[in-house]
Design a protein around this ligand. Structure first.
Ligand code: SAM
Length: 213
């Protein structure tokens, strides 16, 4: 059985999704399991804060490392793979779906706002996945894409193992690493240039570290 674990700020998106069609049957038949985790449940302050302003300035808010770190730590068990959805990640394809279908537990981090503190990509996620060269509002639809494409590769979800074997023969955005509070999390520190207040150097650093999609 594959366990899909979705970390999201919008758990309600997944309620009808889980209760419909083939996925519902697959869950009822214990071929897969879909667990939705509200990121705000892993915050420690009264306001359940999950985001903060980007170091070095810039528009929008960045999702903080701490609630994500805590969520992943509490969910992770066995042979797991942690995926962070980002528009700059490796383009998702059927080969990746096949690879993931051999995993026991797939933990998916759904970003929102201006994205996620870069240390999540570097130290928490095993891989970054993009579902295409366009920017969505959040990682919830990418999570659904992964759940659907991987689930249909699980024997008996849409067909027997034999059926599956036969069937299977067959520059719009600039992204740079972002960080927000705290400046140091455990052993992981934000690049000092972003704390310098020197906008020219910050721009140069971002230019050097950017990826054009
Ligand atoms: N500059 C941000 C970044 O690098 O992630 C864009 C943030 S986007 C408005 C909010 C979230 O939507 C992202 O953190 C990511 O989780 C998700 N997202 C947006 N486009 C995506 C794509 N093409 N593939 C996968 N996830 C995407």
């Amino acid at each position: 059985m594959i366990n899909f674990e979705v970390i999201t700020l919008f758990p309600e998106f997944f309620a009808p999704y889980k209760k419909s069609g083939i996925l519902k049957n697959a869950c009822d038949d214990k071929l897969i399991d879909i667990n939705i985790h509200n990121l705000r449940d892993f915050t420690t302050d009264k306001r359940k804060t999950v985001d903060d302003k980007p170091f070095g300035g810039g528009v929008g808010m960045v999702m903080m490392i701490e609630p994500i770190f805590k969520a992943v730590e509490s969910i992770k068990k066995g042979k797991s793979r942690v995926i962070l959805f980002t528009p700059r990640g490796k383009k998702y394809d059927q080969k990746t779906a096949h690879r993931l279908s051999k995993t026991d537990q797939i933990i998916m981090i759904c970003g929102r706002y201006e994205g996620v503190d870069e240390r999540v990509a570097k130290h928490i996620a095993d891989e970054e996945i993009s579902i295409g060269d366009y920017v969505l509002m959040g990682g919830e639809i990418p999570a659904m894409v992964v759940i659907e494409s991987v689930s249909r590769l699980v024997p008996m979800v849409v067909g027997t193992d034999d059926f599956l074997k036969k069937r299977t023969k067959s520059v719009s955005a600039i992204e740079y690493p972002q960080f927000t509070r705290p400046a140091v999390y455990g052993k992981w520190a934000v690049p000092s240039v972003l704390l310098s207040g020197d906008h020219k150097r910050i721009e140069e650093w971002r230019d050097k570290n950017k990826k054009i999609l």
